[in-house]
Design a protein around this ligand. Structure first.
Ligand SMILES: Cc1cc2nc3c(=O)[nH]c(=O)nc-3n(C[C@H](O)[C@H](O)[C@H](O)COP(=O)(O)O)c2cc1C
Length: 201
C-alpha cells in the first residue's frame, strides 16, 4: 500500500470531481489517499461569492489545505488544476513555487508524479496545462506517470476529457461523463500500482 497525495485547486468544482474520482480509483486499489486543496491566498472575495463559485467552494470545506512541509511524506503525488489560458492556475503554481527547500534537499526525488486538468473547450489547453504542470516533476526528479492509451480503453474512444497525458474533464457544468470517470478511476489505480513498486524500490 502506498500513500498518495492528490493536491488540486478548483473554482467551479469540476477539478474537485476529477480529484475525487482519481482518489476513488487509487483507494480501490488499496492506496492510502489524502485529498488536499492548494491554499488560496489569491481569489478576491467578490469572485468567491459569485454564482457557481460560492457553492463549489463550500462543497470543498472538508478538504484540508495542502502544506509544503507534508509533500515528502507521500509515496506519490498527483496534481490537478483547471486550465487558465492554456496553463495551470496560480494557486497551484504558488504551492509549487514554495517547494524550493525540497528541491535543495532532494526530498521529492524518485517519487512518482501525475497530473490532471479540465477545460471548457476540447482544444482549449488540456494537454498544455498538464505539460506545463509537469515541469515541476522534471525539476524535482520525480518520474512522471502518464496515462497512455493502454490503461483505460476509453482514452481511445472518448469525445470528452481524458487523454494519454492524464485524466481531464471537458467542463460543461454537468459533472464527469462516464468515460471521464472511468479514465480517472483507472488512472488512480494505475498510479497507485506504480507508486507501490517505487516505494518498495
Ligand atoms: C480565467 C479563466 C480562464 C480560462 N481559460 C480556459 C482556457 O484556456 N481553455 C479552456 O478550454 N477553458 C478555460 N477556462 C474554463 C475552465 O478551464 C473550465 O471551466 C474548468 O473546467 C474549470 O475547472 P473548475 O470547475 O475546477 O474550476 C477558463 C476559465 C477561467 C475562469
Amino acid at each position: 500500500m502506498a500513500k498518495i497525495g492528490i493536491v488540486y485547486w478548483s473554482m467551479y468544482g469540476a477539478t474537485y470531481e476529477l480529484a475525487k474520482a482519481i482518489a476513488e480509483g487509487a483507494a480501490k486499489d488499496g492506496a492510502e489517499v489524502h485529498l488536499r486543496r492548494a491554499p488560496d491566498p489569491l481569489l478576491p472575495d467578490e469572485v468567491k461569492a459569485m454564482d457557481g463559485v460560492a457553492d463549489a467552494i463550500d462543497a470543498q470545506d472538508d478538504v484540508s489545505e495542502a502544506t509544503v512541509d507534508e509533500l515528502p511524506e507521500f509515496d506519490g503525488l498527483i496534481f490537478g488544476s483547471p486550465t487558465r489560458f492554456g496553463s495551470p492556475v496560480a494557486q497551484l503554481q504558488n504551492l509549487f513555487d514554495q517547494t524550493g527547500p525540497h528541491w535543495q534537499t532532494g526530498a521529492l526525488v524518485g517519487k512518482p508524479a501525475g497530473f490532471f486538468t479540465g477545460a471548457a473547450t476540447i482544444h482549449g489547453g488540456h494537454e498544455s496545462t498538464i505539460l506545463s504542470m509537469s515541469t515541476f516533476a522534471y525539476h524535482h526528479g520525480m518520474p512522471i506517470v502518464p496515462l497512455g492509451y493502454g490503461v483505460a480503453p476509453e482514452v481511445q474512444t472518448t469525445r470528452g476529457g481524458g487523454g494519454p497525458y492524464g485524466p481531464t474533464q471537458l467542463g460543461d457544468g454537468e459533472g464527469l461523463t462516464d468515460d471521464e470517470r472511468a479514465i480517472a478511476l483507472a488512472y488512480g489505480a494505475h498510479f497507485h500500482r506504480i507508486a507501490e513498486k517505487l516505494a518498495v524500490a
